[in-house]
Design a protein. Structure first.
Length: 119
C-alpha cells in the first residue's frame, strides 16, 4: 500500500483507514505500507497504524513499514513503536520477511540511533 502526504487527524487518517479496511475485507492481511512519500505522521496517524497492526494480527497477518523518512523513524523510536513494527529500507526484503525460509535484511535501528546521537 503506497501512502502519500500526511497521516494526520482528519481526512488523511480517515482515507488511510478506509483503504486499509478495504484491503483487509478483500482478504489481504499481510501488508507492506510504503511510507516514502509520507512527510508527517501525528499522534492520530500513529494510532491508526497501531490499530491497523492489531486488525491485521487478528486476521492472521502482519504489517511491515517501508521507506520511512528520518523524522518518521525518530517518531517510532521515541514512541517505542519499533517494538510493534518491522521497518525496511528495501521492498524485496519487506516481501521476503513474510516467508520464513528467505533471507531478510531489516532496518538497522541501532545504527540509526547511533547516528541520531552523533548529530
Amino acid at each position: 500500500m503506497d501512502c502519500k502526504g500526511r497521516i494526520t487527524a482528519g481526512g488523511e487518517t480517515a482515507e488511510f483507514r478506509g483503504t486499509f479496511e478495504d484491503l483487509i475485507a478483500s482478504g489481504k492481511a499481510n501488508l507492506i505500507l510504503n511510507l516514502a512519500d509520507v512527510d508527517f505522521i501525528d499522534s492520530t496517524g500513529l494510532g491508526a497504524l497501531v490499530v491497523a497492526s492489531g486488525t491485521a494480527k487478528k486476521k492472521g497477518g502482519r504489517i511491515k513499514l517501508l521507506n520511512l523518512n528520518k523524522r518518521n523513524v525518530e517518531l517510532l523510536v521515541i514512541t517505542k513503536l519499533t517494538t510493534i513494527f518491522e521497518i525496511f529500507d528495501d521492498e524485496q526484503d519487506a516481501v521476503n520477511s513474510f516467508f520464513p525460509d528467505r533471507q531478510v535484511r531489516t532496518f538497522d535501528l541501532l545504527a540509526f540511533v547511533r547516528d541520531m546521537k552523533q548529530e
